[in-house]
Every structure is written in C-alpha cells, then in structure tokens.
Write a protein of this length. Structure first.
Length: 387
C-alpha cells in the first residue's frame, strides 16, 4: 500500500469528492479515483456512497474518518509535509508501507544481514529497498559500517513515525481481516425496511434469522436499507440476495416471489369508499406521502391512482417523498397526510385514521432477488427452506 494512496483517500473523504481532492493534491482525477478504490479494497469496506455524480461518506467512512486522517498525517510526516503542503513533489516518488516497515526492522536490528534473515528476504533485495527509500525521501537514514548500520538523527525521528503508522495500520488491517473472514464464512441478506416491529417483513426476517441459526453452520448477516441501496449492495457483492418489494427486475437478476400482502389507503379525511370523485377531492385537500420511484410500494400506489383517479392526479395533489414507513405513518397520524401502506400495519390504540382496503389487484409482492451464480442460487434455496 502506497503512502500516497492513504493521503489521497483521506483527501477524498475530507473534501467530499474526487475532483476536489484532485484539485487540491495536483494529482489527475483518475489517479485519485484509483487510490480511493485501492484503499477500499485493502480495507474491505465502502468508504463512500457513489450516486448521481456525487460522493457521500458511508457509515463506515464516517467511523474511520478520524483514523484515516491520522494515518494521512503520519504519511505526510514521512515526506516531511504539513497538512496544507502540495503533494506535487511526492506524486512521482512513491513509498510503500511495506518498505517503511522493512526499514524500521533494519534500524532496530542494527544490521541489514540480520534483518534480512528475520524477514526471510534476500540481503541484496533489502539493501535496494533501503537505498530506494533514502533516495525518494531525499535524506540519509542510516550510517553503514563493517559492524552493521546505525540510525542517523533523521532515521531515529522516522522510526517513531513508522512505529505509530504501523500500529494504526495494523489495527485497521485486523478489522479488515475480520470483515473479510465474516464475508467468506457467512452469508448476507438485505431487506426493504420493515414498517414496524410487528410488520410482516420484520416477522419474516426474524423467523429467517432464528431458523437459519438452528439449521446452518455459517453465520447469517441481515440488514435493512432502501431499494436503491439494496440493489447497489447486490451489485457490489455485499449481499448474496435481497428481499425487495419491487415488481420490475432486470433480466441479469434472478427473481423468486416469496410473499404477497394487501395494501390500504390511510388518512383522516377519506371517503367511505374508493369509488367516485370523493377520492380525488380528499387527495387534493391533504398532502400525499409516497415512497421513492424504485420502491415497489410506490409502483403499486401509482398504478392504483392511475386506475382510480386518472393520469391527471399528479398535477392536482401535493406530493411528498418519504422512504421510511414509520415516518410516513407519523405524517398520516399526526400531520393529516394520506398514504398507501401495508394493510397489515398495526395502528396505535385510539388512532383516528380511516383505512380503505385496496382491491386484490394491487398487492405488495416481496421477492428474493439474487445474481445468477451458483453461490447466490444455493443461498436463495436455503432461505426458501426456512419459510
């Protein structure tokens, strides 16, 4: 791992963008983007979320932000650069962590020959590594003699930096190894966000978790996210399969229907039936809360409104997009909004909200979406066995 990779990766996180980091560092955009990708691969995690040309820190990126900033500061100290100095001078003089750790081993051993034996490296190879580091850093780090090597003042100062750099990098690497091992041993299942602890999706996911533990030896990791995040995770290999409520899936995925549930229109000021102009009148008076376009619930709601209110309903209502069912329900209960939600939703005791059941043609269908590879298909079969 090059020191420059860590420095550029930290710049991307601090500046919230590859182009901004490239502008500050003086490195080409492609170099910065590649550095970020290499750093994520080395740490086995996603530091940023990519979408729409913008970058945003992932949850893991937020958690590691301070650690990476400290690592970057140490890498700059190796080059004797302050946090505000340009990187132009080091773009063409790469130094790696591995080379620095070998240098520190030589300085501690007091002999290139002894260090080479300990590291199980050839002495000429280790000598070339030390010479290259001194050339690229532009300073003499050790005095060579017939009885071994002696650190110079520059070398002694650098050892302190390398020691902290090695400790911090080893800590991150161990965390990365744990994540990698969990990924190799276990399976991962993503799900659309349940509407509540007593919702059908929450019940299904809990049942799968317990039954999986009772039946299969490898661990199962379950996470909830929006439809867009789930599909991104499936593409990037973070999920072996995802439980999605979308009715439209590309051919490059395998789609296995699992559940189907009724939907209902919720609101305080609703007509007694769905038929007649009273429905459109109610929708024009209160804000309508819908999910994002990728959501299957939004797709079914749109189909229902097109059929019952005609295509012009979009221009006659006030529309809100909320991807959280609990937030949507709160807006319905206490802010006077209207929304289409699962009919199985349990309302608080005493809630003054009408619920009109949608016809059976408008079902929320939950399907297991996976890639077509053998590992993913076997995982889907295992999940089906648990239903």
């Amino acid at each position: 791992m090059r020191l420059l990779t860590i420095i550029l990766g930290d710049l991307v996180l601090r500046e919230n963008g590859v182009r901004a980091a490239a502008r500050i560092s003086g490195a080409p955009v492609s170099t910065v983007a590649s550095a970020l990708t290499r750093l994520e691969a080395e740490l086995s995690l996603q530091l940023v979320r990519r979408g729409g040309g913008d970058l945003a820190l992932s949850v893991q990126g937020e958690q590691l932000r301070n650690s990476l900033e400290r690592l970057s500061t140490l890498c700059r100290r190796v080059y004797r650069l302050s946090p505000d100095d340009s990187l132009g001078a080091i773009l063409t003089t790469p130094v790696t962590l591995e080379a620095l750790f070998r240098l520190a081993g030589v300085l501690r051993a007091g002999s290139i020959r002894k260090a080479a034996l300990e590291m199980q490296l050839g002495q000429p190879q280790l000598t070339r590594t030390i010479t290259q580091i001194e050339q690229r850093l532009g300073r003499v780090l050790m005095e060579r003699g017939s009885h071994g090597v002696t650190p110079t003042a520059e070398g002694l100062a650098l050892i302190e930096v390398i020691d902290e750099l090695q400790d911090r990098w080893s800590h991150l690497s161990r965390t990365s190894d744990n994540r990698f091992e969990r990924g190799v041993r276990g399976r991962s299942l993503g799900s659309v966000i349940p509407s509540g602890s007593q919702s059908e999706i929450a019940e299904v996911m809990a049942r799968i978790s317990v039954r999986w533990l009772q039946r299969f030896p490898m661990p199962l990791f379950i996470a909830s996210a929006t439809a867009e995040e789930l599909m991104t995770g499936l593409d990037e290999g973070r999920y072996d399969a995802v439980l999605l409520d979308s009715g439209t899936v590309e051919d490059r995925y395998r789609c296995v229907p699992m559940l189907a549930g009724r939907l209902a229109l919720y609101g305080k000021d609703l007509p007694d039936t769905l038929a007649g102009p009273e429905l459109m009148e109610a929708l024009s008076r209160a804000p309508l809360a819908l999910q994002s376009l990728r959501s299957g619930l939004r797709q079914k709601t749109t189909q229902f409104l097109d059929d019952f209110c005609g295509p012009d309903w979009r221009w006659k209502i006030r529309l809100m997009e909320i991807d959280s069912v609990p937030v949507t329900l709160n807006a319905v209960l206490y802010q006077g909004a209207i929304s289409v939600l699962p009919a199985s939703l349990r309302l608080p005791a005493g809630a003054c909200v009408k619920r009109l059941l949608l016809p059976a043609d408008y079902l929320q269908t939950l399907s297991l979406i996976s890639r077509h590879d053998a590992r993913s298909q076997r995982f889907v079969e295992q999940i089906q066995e648990l239903f």
